[in-house]
Ligand binder design. Sequence first.
Ligand SMILES: Nc1ncnc2c1ncn2[C@@H]1O[C@H](COP(=O)(O)OP(=O)(O)OP(=O)(O)O)[C@@H](O)[C@H]1O
Length: 224
Amino acid sequence: MENKPALLSARNIRRAFTSAGARLEVLRGVDLSLRHGESLALTGESGSGKSTLVHILAGLELPDAGEVEIEGTPLNRLSEAGRARLRRETIGIVFQQFNLIPSLDAGANIAFQARLAGRHDPDHVTRLAGRLGLAGHLHKYPEELSGGQQQRVAIGRALAARPALILADEPTGNLDEATADEVLALMLELVAEAGAALLMVTHSVRLAARLDRQLQLSRGRIFA
Ligand SMILES: Nc1ncnc2c1ncn2[C@@H]1O[C@H](COP(=O)(O)OP(=O)(O)OP(=O)(O)O)[C@@H](O)[C@H]1O
């Protein structure tokens, strides 16, 4: 039988911050893994370290100790440029604050990541925009879009390069409940169609229940 490495695996991740002279151990030995195509919800109280963990899993930050591997490649053995390349090719990130580029219209925002990865496919962008209900909005700039529309653009951008992994940090945290449900349903549908894996941070137990697996971050560790 083929022994394919996990898409994402994190072992014994530790991260502490020192601020105002006090040391705060945020992650105190976190282990998790995610297989191709699987969806995982990460819940936890405010300040429990969820965003810190997502940044480490994405290779945006290195942990103080422990190891993250993406498809068997240890991130801490790559240079910053190497991590950026792997992120471009393998990971799509959706942030709570949308993080769209204000000077680019919706279509160019969706295509942005795929262009960087050398995988821009205009037909795919058009298809994604249609599925996201953005077909009539592609020439609008982020400030001309509602919060729900901006987050749909961000989801399109994350999916356009066909990444194996989507990391979403409170992707619906800035939306009202009805819009959050609608955007999440759409994101789950498109992620499943793409065959991508999803790790989503959320405060909402209700939204977390819609994913394959749920884990909780508490006191620096992971609980099932
Ligand atoms: N760069 C930093 N310097 C100092 N402290 C930090 C830094 N980044 C995060 N922290 C602290 O680490 C803890 C965890 O923060 P983090 O943002 O990861 O939590 P979170 O679970 O995502 O919270 P929320 O649900 O409110 O977004 C917090 O106490 C935060 O103040």
